[in-house]
Design a protein around this ligand. Structure first.
Ligand SMILES: Cc1cc2nc3c(=O)[nH]c(=O)nc-3n(C[C@H](O)[C@H](O)[C@H](O)COP(=O)(O)OP(=O)(O)OC[C@H]3O[C@@H](n4cnc5c(N)ncnc54)[C@H](O)[C@@H]3O)c2cc1C
Length: 409
């Protein structure tokens, strides 16, 4: 987007890409369908959803979701809106989005150099002087846009290279951490529930007894812990809380530091109060008096989940519903209203959908994406310390910052 827009505005553009093809990550987005934006036309509401959202206000105003949709429609990518205002190509093919961008580059006569691994950036008198490739090629340009992405899914080429150069150039890089990432939990019983999913649960992240994030959404148990949209949404805060005073990225995978206590509290039935649930279970234990204990949860939990809850509540599964005691019933209520899972880590950068952290936005002009430290350097995309939830937010901010950077160079 940045390269195409710069060319459209009249610049002569060379795009350097270390892979042998463009848009490797883009092709994976939205499970290959590319959730290309989030149809929130109120810019104030849109930017609220991001970490450092205020930084995006100008860029989102100039090139917000409506302009993005128009842009792709003009490039021949017809779009559709799905639930939660997520926008996809009608074809359900991410490759159509990539091809539209490649056509945009072609129309602007952008030269693309593939297999061009940037190794270093040299500066002189507060300006970028040269870009050095791995094969030793030295390139000069009046202006440089850096859009090397984050360091999630490194197999796609996003390995956080840009941040090293930027640190050397004097920029502050906020410690990168995995975000929108499944979480590992300590409780081994979750493995037994692998594949069990729940809709519309309330999830809170608790650190040292304080709620630091909460959301509502779908949730799934996995062989290592928990995942699903609700977990991905709060994973940023959970990972940051776990990191605590850790320094090395590998430390993000541990929750064994003294005093560090990060947990998830899950309300499986947010529509029901504790009292109502207790009354419901009390009625069920009478209705299904002669049936085995797990049937007290009929209509509230799937058979596998019910079995697990009965076991967690330390109720003998052979017991009949009618024999469940008040204390056992209350334990079940508490498990369902505030199931607690101890977070011990995340699945890390390998599978995180985005990276939180990156170039400190205080050092970047939000209108032009120009570095405040280096005159002829600009930024676009995930390399910046801005990240959003799932739902098209992250690509939206790539388009808008790319458009701003391209327009200003
Ligand atoms: C599985 C998955 C699904 C996703 N789905 C969605 C979705 O549906 N909707 C959404 O909004 N977001 C989604 N995201 C997030 C979104 O894909 C990213 O936020 C976005 O791709 C970031 O774009 P970018 O251009 O900043 O960086 P990237 O897409 O990471 O591109 C950076 C490019 O720079 C190149 N590069 C890096 N270092 C060098 C170097 N040294 N020399 C030369 N080139 C280099 C890389 O090869 C790469 O091509 C998803 C992410 C993942 C991993």
């Amino acid at each position: 987007m940045a390269a195409g827009r710069a060319a459209e505005c009249g610049a002569r553009v060379l795009l350097l890409e270390k892979n042998s093809a463009a848009g490797r990550k883009l092709l994976m987005t939205g499970n290959g369908r590319c959730n290309l934006t989030q149809k929130e036309d109120n810019v104030r509401e849109l930017v609220k959803k991001y970490h450092n959202g205020a930084f995006l206000f100008s860029a989102s105003h100039a090139f917000g979701p409506r302009r993005v949709i128009e842009f792709f429609e003009e490039c021949g990518v017809r779009t559709k809106e799905e639930e939660l205002q997520r926008v996809f190509p009608i074809s359900n093919k991410a490759i159509d989005v990539l091809n539209a961008l490649l056509d945009y580059l072609k129309a602007g006569k952008v030269t693309i150099k593939y297999n061009a691994i940037v190794k270093r950036i040299e500066s002189k008198n507060g300006r970028i002087d040269a870009v050095i490739l791995a094969d030793g090629t030295k390139l000069n340009a009046k202006k440089v846009i850096l859009s090397t992405g984050g360091q999630s899914y490194p197999s796609t080429g996003s390995t956080g290279d840009g941040w090293k150069w930027l640190r050397d150039l004097g920029h502050t890089v906020v410690e990168p951490k995995p975000a929108l990432v499944p979480l590992k939990v300590k409780e081994t019983w979750v493995k037994e529930l692998k594949g069990v999913s729940l809709q519309n649960v309330d999830v809170k992240v608790i650190k040292n007894k304080k709620t630091i994030a909460k959301t509502n959404g779908d949730f799934i148990f996995t062989h290592f812990g928990v995942s699903g949209p609700a977990i991905l949404t709060v994973s940023r805060e959970a990972v940051a809380a776990l990191a605590g005073d850790c320094r090395a990225p590998s430390d993000y995978a541990r929750n064994d530091k003294k005093g560090m206590d990060v947990s998830l509290q899950i309300d499986l039935l947010p529509e029901t109060t504790i009292e109502k649930l207790d009354r419901h279970l009390s009625a069920s234990s009478k209705e299904f008096a002669a049936k085995s204990a797990k049937h007290v949860l009929d209509g509230l939990a799937s058979s596998r989940l019910a079995e697990a809850l009965i076991e967690l509540a330390k109720i003998d599964p052979r017991k009949q519903c009618g024999q469940i005691t008040k204390v056992e019933r209350q334990t079940l209520v508490s498990l369902m209203k505030s199931m607690t899972l101890t977070v011990i880590g995340s699945l890390g950068f390998e599978v995180a959908m985005v990276t939180s952290g990156g170039v400190d936005v205080k050092e970047v002009d939000p209108k032009t994406m120009q570095s405040k430290l280096i005159d002829n350097l600009f930024f676009a995309g995930e390399v910046l310390d801005v990240d959003g939830p799932t739902g098209g937010y992250n690509l939206q901010m790539c388009w808008s910052t790319g458009f701003a950077a391209g327009s200003s160079v």
